[in-house]
Design a protein around this ligand. Structure first.
Ligand SMILES: N[C@@H]1[C@@H](O)[C@H](O)[C@@H](COP(=O)(O)O)O[C@@H]1O
Length: 242
């Protein structure tokens, strides 16, 4: 079931997303957040840091699980999602390191990492899972064609996804990794609540397919039609085909 909020611009989108997130954080004694990378949630993260600094909202009891990570990059590489999360969110909060979980993409045994991640998540119930959406409808790194039954697993990235992320690697003279580790669709669907943010016209087709299209593995985000509590916050551009 979707609750759809259309905003005038990215700032308003980020504020509305923050309101939804803050409600969960302040109504629980031990909130568990599923978090996402990408450019879409950056404004929300800035609002969380601002609120922590100005209003003292504490993250000491917050536990987080990130959706995904590239395979093959050292953890401290500038483009890992581990680094992204620390630079864009965790370093600005009082969250203890031990409460933060990001899949380990530079392990010798990636299969064991996937299992370990899924096991670790079994001890928690995710109160809110934040999602962006890929231009091809992917969520996390679950590309079109991924089974809805998947748990944390490895994926080969689609060329379109690698092109979309090339802007971060080109300046380093590096190629986008070809594989990633991601929570599966079934993992994501276990969250009590989902918050999906998308902005810009290049997301309009994916947002339309997610909400109005058939529920099909060809658009991974369409699985959210089967979830009981999904808030979608989109700007006018991303909402333009609805
Ligand atoms: N794995 C991430 C996704 O979790 C994210 O939703 C998507 C969209 O990113 P952006 O928000 O930058 O458009 O990019 C990557 O592929």
């Amino acid at each position: 079931m979707f609750k759809i909020i259309v905003t005038e611009n990215y700032d308003e989108l980020s504020e509305k997303a923050f309101e939804v997130m803050k409600e969960v954080i302040t109504s629980k004694s031990n909130p568990v957040l599923g978090l996402a990378t990408g450019s879409s949630p950056i404004g929300l993260y800035q609002n969380m840091i601002k609120d922590h600094k100005e209003n003292g909202t504490s993250y000491k009891n917050v536990v987080t699980f990130n959706l995904d990570e590239y395979i093959g990059l050292k953890r401290d590489h500038s483009q890992t999602y581990w680094t992204f999360m620390h630079e864009n969110l965790f370093n600005g909060l009082d969250i203890p390191d031990a409460n933060v979980h990001v899949p380990v993409g530079d392990s010798d045994n990636i299969q064991a990492e996937c299992e370990k991640y899924e096991e670790a998540m079994k001890n928690f119930e995710v109160d809110i899972q934040l999602l962006g959406i890929g231009a091809n409808g992917h969520i996390g790194f679950n590309e079109p064609g991924t089974s809805f039954d998947t748990l944390t697993h490895t994926v080969v990235l689609k060329e379109k996804t690698r092109q979309d992320n090339a802007r971060f690697f080109d300046p380093l003279g590096e190629e986008v990794p070809t594989e990633a580790i991601t929570m599966g669709i079934a993992t994501i669907m276990k969250a009590k609540k989902i918050l999906l943010v998308a902005n810009g016209k290049n997301k309009a087709d994916a947002v339309y397919a997610m909400i109005k299209g058939p529920v099909t593995e060809e658009c991974p985000a369409s699985v959210l039609q089967n979830h009981p509590d999904v808030t979608v916050i989109v700007d006018r551009g991303a909402a333009s085909k609805l």
